[in-house]
Design a protein around this ligand. Structure first.
Ligand code: GLC
Length: 711
């Protein structure tokens, strides 16, 4: 059957844009005298909003899923204080989706510099986009549904990254594992407490003086053996790579970079120098293909030692200071230090130092070469991390064509989703950041960042046991499920808390959900659909869903309504249709209840991990395991809420190779049809992978039936 074309993409080329080549599809440019949905006034792109319009988008940014009412800036920044007043975070994701009663359209700006988005801040009914210059490739997608807009947008920007399957397991990180014995200690504690785990992270301390592609021999004397021993236990070590290269005579990476002009330059053509973790550093010019290929080939050093994944950090790039910044702050102090220092002078001195990090002046003082053209960083700023990760991804793809590596980045722009996932950077152990995590997941999914997650428990500040529990009860649904904390903060591994058994139960629930999570992840990739989605994307005609920002759909079967307030033991939930409310105490001990469409209040004690199973949907579970590799899929347990007909397709593959686009490999279809008091069950178990299927089927009256062997 032929489908009617439901969406239209139009491209407008304004001025003389920098060709980023992020979109590799040829699209005919429209006539610039006939803009659809927007107008241009004084070099600003302007869209009129109706009172009830909703504006989605902007990926990783502060505030709500509906972006109306504030000013945002696309300019990747290293800022660990994600308070509401901030307009930029680590990623810059230039997509807006406008939904009103009559129409739905998206506007994507392929522009690598700073854009200010005034989304009804100055005038509540005007959305104004102000790029630094009106040299832009702009795409307008019009469609009749939000889901269709996303499908079209994602097909425009290209397929999203797929990690290896082990990357869906629990990942433990801390900036503070300084030695081999620290790592062994983590492993020991996980084992002792029967906590499942798939990977442990190596933060900058594994390196010699924070130098990329080195290993500190004193603290990690048997690095290779450690990596290999842990691999035998199915635990991967994931090292960090920073964008900055330490300036040090005889440090090979630095010497090679300097000799070959691989680093970003200052205005006089000298290597641009700044400060980051290792001290004085140069930044590889990732925009320049040669530099990018050179740096990317260095990952081999760690791959040869058995490493299977990396996290790319500090790639906004983060600048702690520049020598010029320090000199001018010092000079300032010298000039005024003998004065009678009044309030204003005092703040001049103080701000002179506290504003040394990430100064716009510094971003305006170094240069890249993109396609042989020289660009000042601020003009192409948002491409830096994109090219760092693209380089790494392409190198790995070339050298290991059929192997998936775990790869995620701190900074990103749209396009980065093709090469890696993202984590949302340095959040805090705040309840408000748990809520921000929930909102980010929906907005990042719109941009194709399906492999995403936050530092669970919070990076900075001391977490509390209940915050970590509630965060994990949400985090078990995120593809990237990593607990990470900053140096100096309270130890945040689950075994450090009294309720270690409760953490074990939560982790077990995650592992029994992986079959579902992975199926839904892969469908999101293959079909260009959302994995985490706001309710409004599914229940478009339910106007109440448009208002909801703290409940999400996870894949096609689940709705979640996380607890994100301290001492919260319940909450209001809106149900757009009848659903089966499930509270797990343990993966196989749960309480069920049919909840009916409309406003509901649910009680959820700290011991309970809850979810809603949607009407006519099926949730497959397995027994938990100590790691992803050990998940035994021979027995699966289906929970089904069937009022008429329910279908579910289980997707599975080897988890390592890149054959995931080969549709025939991995599918098992389950169909359940209600016929009076009976059910007709249809299972196409093509690959014979599932030997026993046990089913618990509920109907709208809560009547349930268990069927023990359905194959
Ligand atoms: C940055 C990263 C953080 C890491 C730290 C030390 O702040 O965002 O995750 O732990 O650097 O490398």
């Amino acid at each position: 059957m032929k489908h009617k074309k439901q969406s239209i993409v139009k491209k407008y080329k304004l001025g003389n844009p920098i060709e980023t080549n992020i979109i590799d599809r040829q699209i005919f440019c429209e006539d610039n005298n006939n803009f659809e949905h927007f107008q241009i006034f004084d070099d600003d792109i302007v869209i009129n909003l109706n009172e009830t319009d909703i504006v989605y988008g902007l990926g990783q940014s502060t505030r709500g899923i509906n972006k109306r009412g504030f000013i945002y800036k696309s300019f990747c920044v290293d800022d660990d204080m994600h308070t509401e007043n901030k307009s930029s975070l680590y990623g810059s994701h230039n997509i807006l989706i406008i939904k009103n009663k009559a129409k739905i359209f998206a506007i994507y700006t392929d522009y690598p510099g700073e854009i200010t988005y005034d989304i009804g801040y100055t005038d509540s009914n005007i959305l104004k986009m102000s790029p630094k210059s009106l040299d832009i490739n702009l795409y307008i997608i019009t469609s009749d549904s939000l889901k269709q807009i996303i499908k079209e947008f994602r097909s425009l920007i290209g397929p999203s990254y797929v990690p290896p399957k082990w990357a869906f397991g629990y990942q433990q990180s801390r900036w503070g594992y300084e030695t081999e014995s620290d790592i062994k200690n983590v492993v020991e504690n996980f084992k002792k407490n029967n906590l499942p785990i798939d990977s442990i992270y190596l933060d900058i301390d594994y390196m010699q003086q924070y130098k990329n592609f080195t290993v500190d021999q004193k603290s990690f004397p048997n690095f290779e053996k450690l990596v290999k021993d842990l691999l035998e236990e199915n635990i991967k070590l994931v090292p960090i790579i920073d964008a900055a290269v330490r300036i040090e005579k005889d440090y090979e990476l630095y010497e090679e970079g300097a000799a070959n002009n691989y680093f970003c330059k200052d205005e006089y053509g000298n290597d641009f120098e700044a400060g980051c973790w290792p001290g004085k550093v140069c930044f590889p010019d990732f925009l320049n293909e040669k530099s990018r290929n050179w740096f990317s080939s260095k990952y081999k050093f760690l791959i040869d030692k058995g490493i299977n994944g990396f996290w790319n950090d500090m790639n906004e790039p983060a600048i702690f200071y520049t020598p010029e910044g320090i000199s001018s702050a010092v000079e300032n102090v010298n000039q005024i230090k003998d004065n009678d220092i009044d309030l204003s002078l005092f703040f001049t001195i103080k701000d002179g130092f506290s504003n040394l990090m990430n100064r716009m002046q510094d971003y305006k003082s170094f240069y890249h070469t993109l396609d042989e053209i020289k660009f000042r960083n601020d003009i192409v700023h948002n491409l830096y991390a994109y090219f760092m990760t693209k380089g790494c991804y392409e190198y790995l793809d070339k050298e290991f064509p059929d192997k998936r590596f775990l790869l995620f980045s701190r900074s990103s722009c749209i396009g980065s989703h093709k090469h890696s996932g993202v984590w949302t950077g340095d959040n805090r152990s705040w309840w408000s950041h748990l809520l921000m995590n929930i909102k980010h997941m929906a907005s990042l999914n719109m941009c194709g960042f399906i492999y995403s997650g936050a530092d669970i428990g919070g990076f900075s500040d001391n977490t509390t046991e209940d915050l970590l529990i509630r965060w994990m009860q949400f985090g078990i649904f995120a593809p990237l499920f990593r607990n990470h904390a900053a140096k100096g903060t309270r130890n945040q591994e689950p075994y450090n808390f009294n309720k270690v058994n409760l953490f074990k139960n939560i982790l077990n629930i995650r592992y029994s959900l992986i079959l579902y999570i992975y199926s839904e992840y892969m469908k999101a990739i293959i079909e260009n659909i959302m994995y985490f989605s706001p309710l409004s994307f599914e229940y478009e005609s339910d106007t109440f869903c448009l208002r909801i920002e703290d409940q999400l759909l996870v894949g096609e079967s689940i709705m979640i309504a996380p607890i994100y307030e301290q001492n919260g033991i319940g909450r209001y939930v809106y149900l757009p249709e009848d659903m089966l409310f499930i509270k797990f105490k343990e993966f196989d001990k749960y309480h069920f209840e049919v909840r009916y469409k409309g406003h509901n209040y649910i009680d959820i004690s700290i011991e309970e991990t809850h979810l809603f199973l949607r009407k006519n949907k099926i949730l497959p579970l397995t027994n938990p395991a100590t790691n992803v590799e050990s998940i035994d899929c021979s027995t699966i347990y289906l929970i089904a809420f069937v009022c008429d007909i329910a279908n579910f397709e289980i997707y599975d593959d080897d988890g390592y190779s890149k054959g995931y686009l080969n549709h025939k490999n991995f599918k098992t279809n389950i169909g359940i049809t209600k016929k009076g008091q009976d059910y007709i069950i249809n299972i196409e178990n093509n690959n014979n992978k599932f030997k026993h299927i046990e089913m618990k089927i509920f109907d709208e009256n809560g009547y349930n039936r268990t069927i023990y062997d359905c194959i």
